[in-house]
Design a protein around this ligand. Sequence first.
Ligand code: GAL
Length: 817
Amino acid sequence: MNIQKSILFLVFACCAMSLQAKTRIERDLRHWSFSRDSVRWQTVEVPHDWAIDGPFDKRWDLQRVAIEQNGERQATEKSGRSGALPWIGRGYYRTTVSVPADCRHAELLFDGAMSEPVVYVNGRKAGRWAYGYNAFRVDITPFLNRNGRNMIVVSLNNREESSRWYPGAGLYRPVKLITTAATRLDDWSVFVRTVSLTPAEAQLRIDWKAVGPMKGKRVEGRVIDDEGHVVAAFRAPTGQTAESRLLTVARPRPWSPESPALYRLSLDIRQADGRRQAIDRHTTRFGIRTVTVGREGGFMLNGRSRKFKGVCLHHDLGPLGTAVNKAALIRQIETMKEMGCDAIRTSHNMPSTMQMEVCDSLGMMVMAESFDMWFYPKCKNGYVRFFGEWADRDITNLVLNHRNHPSIVMWSIGNEIPEQWSEEGRETARRLQDLCHRLDPTRPVTQGIDRIDEALRSGFAQVMDVPGYNYRDYKYSSGIGRLPQGFLLGSETASTVSSRGVYKFPVTISDHAVYPDGQCSGYDTEFCSWSNLPDADFLMQDDRPYTIGQFVWTGYDYLGEPTPYDEYWPSRSSYFGICDLAGLPKDRYWLYRSVWNKRKHTLHLLPHWTWPGREGQTTPVFVYTDYPEAELFINGKSQGRLRHTIYSLPPADEATEKRQMETMDLLRRYRLMWTDVTYEPGEVKVVAYDATGKAVDSTLVRTAGSPARLRLEPDRPVIHADGDDLCFITVSMTDEAGNLVPTADDQLIFDVEGAGAFKAVCNGDATSLESFTRPQMKLFAGQLVLVVKSGTAAGDIRVTVRAPRRNLSATLRLKAK
Ligand code: GAL
């Protein structure tokens, strides 16, 4: 095209953009009836998790097993392993839809359905899937009544002992009905990739496939920036059904966590005779960016080397269960970003599209995972039942559904796959990785390996684009020479355990601490026999040039897997989170922030300072800060100045490295610790000094008086009146002066009136059996989080929280707009 022609074409393209193609209609199917027995039905909104209302009971999925990957040999009773919620068994959803009379193709797009979904349309079986975590499409065209109502029924079945955590239950992710003309773009055929990128220009390659008669029709494409300008456009030759085309975008804005610029690709099918109405229009959001891994530079985004500051996330949203919700996902990702985190691993399964959209727009890199097992079981009814028949189809859907998300920088084909020691395992890894490459040649493939020695022996680790080590930092230096890749990723790290606001004495480093109350210590010195403290991972990332980053287990607590209390009842959710199940930061949040967030200073001290009965006893104080030096004062008396120590660990044999990673000496590099402070009530204060020795910052904690007030802090005062938006309100018991009362465990009652409704509540206590969906709950360590949902009408929302025992109440006004 000459310049004049291209300008004319761009002008034409801009005008055409404003015309909406009428033939393609995409609808979220939100309103369904739901039944457990197909006799009694209730009305629900999808996304829906049928089990989250409870009640908690140890009988649900009570597993008598030995958890082999934790090194157990003897089977014992594991009560809260999959969350102690009623997710086992069958469930049915039904809804009716009508389709436009001129619709020639209709399909349902399920973003995931837990699990083994079978889809019926007007009484006939239209499709099925096996894995509950994957997106799948069902062509329902042959089963439709064109001019009438169509009944869609989805039947689901969840088996006991099929999961190591809470999987949720039901249509927990959106279901879309897409209707089009006979000629249409095949949704998952559209693929936009960045072939090259310089500040001056980006080369994009765009692939698509049209389905249906293309005679006299052609595809026209436009790339549109986030201000709505068309920055590149093309017309394919008439009659062409598939193409792979190169386009140039001048002065591109690359996508990165720091600057998540997005573009849209709009593809239209049009009559070649110039009629303006598009026959189909398909829009894809994407980002311009490159990803490479290699011996030189490790992991590079847009040509720049960086190490992942990542966290693993399970898919549940705490008290909301697994029903996916945009506001909850945004809160999660924003909280992690504020900590300095730039990546998540969707452990151990396919992410939701909604989560990937949030990561695209907020700037969060993603390792998108697939499986927790292949041929050999970790749970007897797990994915092993399907792997042989379904694995390739599952990987295919994962990649095709998600490959245009700029946030996804890596695929993962598995987590701690038992057969990693074998040649058979190595060949399966190679096959699945090759499949990912065929579907998407732009991203590297990894998996989390835990049996490092065996995997190095069988070649399982060597075949991967990115060898991922789960824990076992002390094996990094002995293994790196055997890895042809020349680098390694901490695909899963830490598994440090703690409970928010709970502190145990004396403070010791321990890989097996348990207590009668079912809690773990907030001093962040407890982990598991296979895992380690955050400090060891920091050291590896800081000092070993061949590491390309880490994914901490986990960013948030999740339902199920209550290690180290797998055999303790009641305990039904994890202790691994940097934030608790309610999303409240534990102290560890500030430790990661002090190392990861380079834009803001961190100065955080622990524990709380309300210890009636501990007077005169040793009560260590830890400070998490990026400042080089700080001084601690108890009631104005200096306890001395401390600096981060210079501590390095020269590569040594595995046993020596392991031992040295579990010492207070290592911790002193990343934490300031006054270990012999004597407790006296009053005030504990820390003053931070910069590199020149100037006092630049301070923070303090006071001993709380009697509970006197309820403090309500919403994450946002105004929410959208769209029926989906959520406000997360942190409720704290304070004394008269506003100090948190960390021992308060009052039973609270909630009332929400006006343009919103009570949605859920959570206090982060892994041992609580109170329902998340009834408007009452006890405080845990003085706090909890109340979740309020908007309705579809704008107006004021009035939230009242009462503590009847103390005759206290507080009110908050929010707005839905
Ligand atoms: C890992 C496993 C995770 C979780 C974690 C707990 O070995 O990959 O799914 O179980 O241990 O520490």
